[in-house]
Design a protein around this ligand. Sequence first.
Ligand code: GCU
Length: 444
Amino acid sequence: MRKYFVLFAICILITAQVSAQWSKEERERIGKLSKEDHQLMMHLLGITEIRPGPSGDPKAPNAANSDESKATKYASLPNPLTFDGGDPVTTAEQWEKRKLEIFEAFDREMYGRVPENVPAVTWEIQTVKDTLEGAYPVRVKELTGHVDNSGYPAIIVDIQMTLTTPRDLDSPVPVILEFGWNFPMRFRRNQPEGPTWKEQVLEKGWAYAILVPTSIQADNGAGLREGIIGLVNKGKPRKLDDWGALRAWAWGASRAMDYFETNPEIDETRVVIEGLSRYGKAAIVALAYEQRIAIGCIGSSGAGGAKLLRRIFGEQVENLAGSGEYHWFAPNFIKYAGPLTEQDLPVDAHELVALCAPRPIFISVGAPDVEGQWIDAKGMFLAGVHAGPVYELLGKKGLGVSAFPHQETALIDGEIAFRQHEGGHTVGPNWPTFLKYAERYFLK
Ligand code: GCU
């Protein structure tokens, strides 16, 4: 119970920090518009009602399940290595075709489609500053990615990114691209002692970049007629298979890749995408869809990220489909909270992991007694397990085990990696392990 409450409190804290930027009136306006847009999408889907999600509050009568014996209602998962028509996938060539079917299902039913006519982005360096990050001399570039809005000048989209490189470089370096929060996190609980992740990255001589997702697309339903999604739709509501915020944020990561390709300081073949929580979801979506990204570090991504949606444990499809989170997905996804259920989804999270193959993916999560159970550590681990056969078909290694490991066991010998650290809702304590794993691929 206490564990659950801790995560519940963390989520409230994150939500509170996110919304602290706004006045009470603004929060009410966003809530109201999000509900209205959500209702409109339900109307277009022909749905009048959806099931409410379980609560993150353990005291609530409808508290989310945290009892492992009740988690597994499903008898089987969709098989990534079976074509929709039933034929088995037995070669790497066949997998390339099968991948298209899986992408299509995720596009149509879950994350939505990126429109074909998304306007171009022009990157501009706003400022360059030589400074120190801890003891490390660095060069910090503030960048803006201006999206061409000549097709609909009423909406302006300026993508914000900060790139920090070691100051004296003699060859192009790897970069960790993080989906980051654009306000200081006051919540620093359970951050490990010792060097920060940025210092650990600089210690290796690598660079890092912080991309601000909300400069691409707002993190609420009210903003769907603005941002990159609204710009392409010329301020109109979404179609049922239109992209949601997760794919919009991932699209932003692809534009960051375009920029890295033009910057001689960066080795665009050695880019890690990293994010936590909702941005962990964005990170795995970016890794799956953007083949130029080399490695993913997927932090506590939970439902809508690396967690199997068929598991009845922690956050559920009904939560994701509600008016507070549906904007992360295509409107079509709402229907899985009524009349359909998670069992009707044509795909599940192990297939999202499989779409990242053969590239390395590190699935990170915190300790249940600190982070809570909402994220469902085992559900993410199992998605890694069930993606294993696809990696193996491509000559790579999966997790190597199928039993859930003890906390702090680093499963990093294969391309699919997993580690549950001792801390809370952060990637923090996993950075040394992740960087050791990434180094295996990046050291030349
Ligand atoms: C909520 C939400 C999660 C999400 C988290 C976060 O808890 O239910 O899906 O990952 O917020 O982003 O902090």
